[in-house]
Ligand binder design. Structure first.
Ligand code: ATP
Ligand code: MG
Length: 196
């Protein structure tokens, strides 16, 4: 599961858990981006903080891991490189799934090396409330892409990192939107106090 994770929140965690159970996965690897190729926001929090918050949020789940692969890789991050590295380290008998937001799945077609990404992984698109799953499946069939896309329905997840950052700037509570150790880390490091 790739993302900026700025910060990680319960939306990400519930999605990962749903994917794990529904698709009988061995584990979910959270992959915070290093220097994101597509992120437009200039002031993304230091990768080390985003990595640490991901570790704090997932520590209690034995089926969740956090990878430093993209954080430690210099230059722009491309998902195809990450998937290749995962395939090389885990072997070709390991089936890879790329968990992402359902809306984001449709942007993936425009990615650098999109076809190669499709050869390496099956997509799992997490749908937010109100998402028309049948329409998405129909659109996928019509598009005749080589992309394999599965969907998971994620309950009650209007949570976003953007909202959490805005709340921090406005001095509003972020409790119960992200695990407590993440809240503590944000306060300790004084994250999200400035515009971002
Ligand atoms: P931002 O608001 O900064 O865009 P975000 O909350 O969307 O952050 P990302 O780090 O961009 O978080 O998301 C990582 C992945 O998780 C993306 O594929 C995104 O679509 C997905 N995602 C984010 N929030 C949710 C949610 N509440 N439910 C399901 N999937 C989510
Ligand atoms: Mg996002």
């Amino acid at each position: 599961m790739g993302g900026t994770f700025d910060p990680i929140h319960f939306g990400h965690l519930v999605t990962a858990e749903e994917a794990l159970v529904q698709f009988n996965l061995d584990r979910v690897v959270f992959m915070p981006t290093g220097n994101p190729a597509l992120k437009v926001r200039e002031d993304v929090t230091l990768a080390e903080d985003r990595y640490l918050m991901s570790v704090l949020a997932t520590a209690s789940n034995p089926d969740f891991d956090v990878s430093r692969m993209e954080v430690d890789r210099p230059g722009l991050t491309y998902t195809v490189d990450t998937l290749r590295a995962l395939r090389d380290s885990r072997g070709t008998s390991t089936q890879l799934f790329f968990i992402t937001g359902a809306d984001a799945v449709w942007e993936i077609v425009t990615w650098h090396d999109a076809e190669k990404v499709a050869d390496l992984a099956t997509f799992i698109g997490a749908t937010r409330p109100g998402y028309d799953l049948d329409a998405a499946r129909r659109a996928h069939e019509d598009a005749e892409t080589r992309f394999r896309i599965e969907y998971v329905e994620v309950p009650a997840l209007a949570i976003s990192s953007t909202d959490i950052r805005q709340r921090m700037r406005a001095g509003r509570s972020i409790r119960y939107l992200t695990p407590e150790p993440v809240v503590t880390h944000i306060e300790k490091r004084g994250l999200y106090r400035e515009v971002g």
